[in-house]
Design a protein around this ligand. Structure first.
Ligand code: ZN
Length: 312
């Protein structure tokens, strides 16, 4: 049985507290091998990770004798945001994933970031589970900054996901939880899957198997090995972006996660008032439609989808 602890408490102006809780699972006997932090809810409108945390907790409760390391589950980092389904930290309107490493002497969001790092410091691994936003649906994937490629890609390949996307270093990534954790020596993977404010059961179950496989491989769980899928690698192909050419209502013509050929119709942008199809959205390359817009209202330039095409 896991132990539930309140690991961060910050006083709010009117007698309330901001709090972060975790559930810790440790070996019944003997020393813990390694520590992993499973983290979700940095964005308060992303719920897929909540379900993964539940599935993992349920599995560990049924299989306590397999635990060799310390497994910490943090389902709700931006707890204020999750309570109100707000992406940012309510009242401050600050994206928590843009202010790491934070500071104890600064405003509340920075204090939260600082506190989170302190609590998780010393973990060998962290898995930071995101679920895109309310606009875009994603296949289960791990995103890695180019500078971390060597260390993190082998770990990501264990996670039973569909795609490993290595990004060029961008300044904004330096203010994320994952970058801060990797800087202090915790190997941290960012998972993106599903869509904001929703819960996809099959994605959750897929990632659960990946987490169990990673923990088995790293000696945190003593379980027999099993087959997992091997993800597509971004360096073995190219990513093409589909953007709206005009405002309107985006109506997809195909489902998410399908293979398309160059020139296939991905969807239409339609005008509800005039009854016209304003634009036909065509696939610029052939490949896997790994991102698809879930929120129908679009403006000129809005992202409609992304296709990953593997090199022949
Ligand atoms: Zn997120």
């Amino acid at each position: 049985m896991g132990i539930i602890e309140e690991v961060l408490t910050i006083e709010l102006p009117v007698g309330e507290n901001f709090r972060i809780q975790r559930c810790r699972y440790a070996p019944k006997k003997g020393k813990s091998t390694k520590r992993i932090s499973v983290v979700s809810g940095i964005h308060g409108d992303e719920l897929e990770g909540q379900y993964v945390c539940f599935l993992l907790g349920e599995w560990l409760r049924k299989n306590p004798e397999t635990i060799r390391g310390t497994i910490d589950i943090y389902p709700a980092i931006n707890s204020l945001g999750l309570d109100s389904i707000t992406r940012t930290i309510p009242f401050y309107d600050v994206d928590l994933n843009r202010i790491f490493p934070g500071s104890k002497e600064d405003f509340l969001p920075a204090q939260i970031a600082h506190g989170v790092l302190n609590v998780m410091r010393g973990s060998e691994y962290a898995i930071d589970i995101h679920s895109s936003n309310v606009y875009l649906r994603e296949i289960p994937q791990v995103r890695i900054a180019k500078s971390q490629e060597k260390t993190l890609v082998p770990l990501a390949n264990l996670l039973n996901i569909d795609f490993v996307w290595v990004h060029d270093a961008v300044t904004v990534l330096e203010s994320t939880f994952a970058h801060a954790m990797n800087t202090i020596g915790t190997k941290t993977l960012v998972v993106e899957m599903g869509v904001g404010m929703r819960l996809g059961q099959t994605d959750g179950e897929q990632l659960l198997m990946g987490l169990l496989n990673l923990m088995r491989h790293e000696g945190i769980l003593d379980i027999p090995s099993f087959e997992v899928r091997f993800p597509m690698q971004s360096d073995e192909g190219e990513v093409a972006y589909l953007n709206a050419s005009c405002p309107g209502l985006f109506v997809p013509a195909i489902e998410h996660c399908q293979t398309v050929k160059k020139g296939d119709v991905v969807g239409h942008i339609v005008n509800a008032l005039s009854g016209q199809r304003m634009d036909e959205v065509l696939a610029p390359i052939g490949g896997m439609l790994f991102t698809l817009r879930a929120y129908p209202i679009v403006y000129e330039g809005s992202l409609l989808g992304r296709i990953f095409g593997e090199k022949e």
